[in-house]
Design a protein around this ligand. Structure first.
Ligand SMILES: [Fe+2]
Length: 183
């Protein structure tokens, strides 16, 4: 499975540009995490890129979301490890997250929203000027980007990262693709 094949499948299945950007941001964070933790960057990155591919196809039905996504990923040639991470990133199925990949995807997913929100409140709406310490401050403001689940982000501890480092790595990853994200 190549990145190009994954992008083509996303093009075929996802219309919402913001959703595509969310998946690209998740990919970027997953790649940086893999590098930091000495894991397979391509496997981790493509899992992040694919994880919400079924969001529009399932029409927001959380009982279907991520089950179809895992199947689509398998069809594209994803490993069972990748498919399991995609499946378990949706808590609605109540399937335990077991592998490091499961856990990494679960905490990386909501971090994208927190960081995007931290950029959008700036006058220039750009990621470039966002500092890790300001994201850390926003993390503590429960009403800020309330959809970005803080408990879930804090589960970075399960992959062996302190919250401060996780935020710094995630921010750096997203800055690296700022142009693609339009931020
Ligand atoms: Fe997501």
């Amino acid at each position: 499975m190549t990145r190009e094949e994954v992008l083509n499948s996303i093009k075929a299945n996802v219309e919402n540009g913001n959703l595509v950007k969310h998946m690209l941001a998740t990919e970027a964070i997953m790649r940086v995490l893999a590098k930091r933790l000495g894991e397979d960057e391509e496997e981790r990155g493509l899992t992040g890129l694919l994880h919400d591919i079924d969001m529009e196809l399932t029409g927001g039905d959380m009982n279907a979301h991520s089950k179809l996504g895992a199947d689509l990923a398998r069809e594209l040639g994803a490993s069972e490890t990748m498919a399991h991470a995609i499946l378990t990133h949706n808590e609605a199925h109540d399937i335990p997250r077991e592998t490091k990949l499961d856990k990494a995807l679960f905490c990386a997913d909501p971090l994208t929203g927190l960081i995007i929100a931290a950029a959008l409140v700036r006058p220039d709406k750009k990621l470039a000027g966002v500092e890790a310490k300001s994201v850390r401050k926003r993390f503590k403001e429960k009403s800020f980007a309330a959809g970005a689940n803080r408990e879930q982000i804090a589960l970075c501890s399960e992959v062996g990262l302190e919250l401060d480092e996780f935020i710094e790595l995630g921010l750096g990853a997203m800055k690296g693709i700022a142009e693609e994200l339009g931020l």
